[in-house]
Design a protein around this ligand. Sequence first.
Ligand SMILES: [Zn+2]
Length: 440
Amino acid sequence: MNAIFNFLKKYALIIVIAFSIGAFAGYKALESLDVQALTNATPVPESLITDKDAFFEILPEGKVLTQKKLTSVDKKAKNIILLIGDGMSISQISSYRLLKGGPNARLSFDKFPISGIVLTHSEDAIVTDSASSATAYSTGKKTNNGVLGLDKDKKFLENLTEKIYKYGFVSSLISTSDITHATPAAFAAHVDSRSKTDDISKQMMESNVMVILGGGTHLFLPEKVGGKRKDGIDLLQEVRSSHTLLTTIDDLNDFDFIDNTKVIGLFADEHLRDIEKPDNHSLEPSLSDMLAFAIKRSLQFNEDGCKGFFIMAEGSQVDWAGHANNINYLKKEMQDFDEAVQNALDYAKESQDTLVIVTADHETGGLLIEPASLTNYTAPEVKFSFNTGIGYGSHTGVPVPVYAYGPGSENFTGTLDNTDVYHAMIEALDLGSQSGSCVQ
Ligand SMILES: [Zn+2]
């Protein structure tokens, strides 16, 4: 009896690990078989994921954030295209590179001459959400998670599109999610909670942004006609009277570039190219289609006397693929984003007056690239795994990359706080005098 007890004591750890691996493998096996009912009924072995070699540490007392000293830019940019891969850090880019063409494949990101590292923490959390991170990019100020365009005390923060509008620039916002989602919303709205989509859509519509393209028709329609607005307002009707409303890719292609109305494009009830409805997207544009439209539209305003343009285009669903722990979803959205980045870079190389910046708001999913076999690194398969939880993965606090090309790109190197990105964009632009709106 004593011998058995000693044996158990000696090998307790190994026994626990063996059982844990067994349970985890069993769960993964069920999951891979897509036995939805079974996996839903199976308690998720959460501790195996979140507590995997985990250390819970209280961080040292934080210092006050100081703005990075920027190089003063001599050759200024006329225009800026900011591309944000939501939830996209080095591991998402690296995984897509491998899946696209192996380790020696090169993506649009790899062609940028300048790159740096962005720290993403928010005012009240080491792990940010998209709202506070996008607010850092749009205003140069930290705020609490979930907040758009306001500081931690709910004080109004002027955003980049509002500021440059006063100097005679035009702005466009593009996303592959509902256009009221946190990243685009931070460039046009000011609300204390990203969930207040009734307010966000209204504020976006009333903003100075000339072109808004993405999904989210439901958020402009009241519930009684099948929409999601709780305030009962038919905002789509208001959009029709104040803007040119586009709803299909044909509308986008057939647009009359002569008129100078504001444009809102809503190409799906919710997000674009929903993977749950794979056959239903022929009328929905890609990120590249929308970016091409916004560039063309902006150039028309430049010709008519605007000093320059700002476009923010977001690959929104990289983040959702991370939350869903779905590598094929990630690949699909990264492909769409990579193509848009390449198009932006091509445009900037040709025009020589445009700063292109590519970055992310945070990493999502804790994506790892591991050998398929721990004992054989040269095994032909590669293991991609999300490490923040099965099917409900979360954001992480790892930094994200930033890539830059064009006039003013020199400041996007080394380590930047996410708020520094805003200041580096403003430094890059030739704002001139506060000449007022350039749009009649
Ligand atoms: Zn995000």
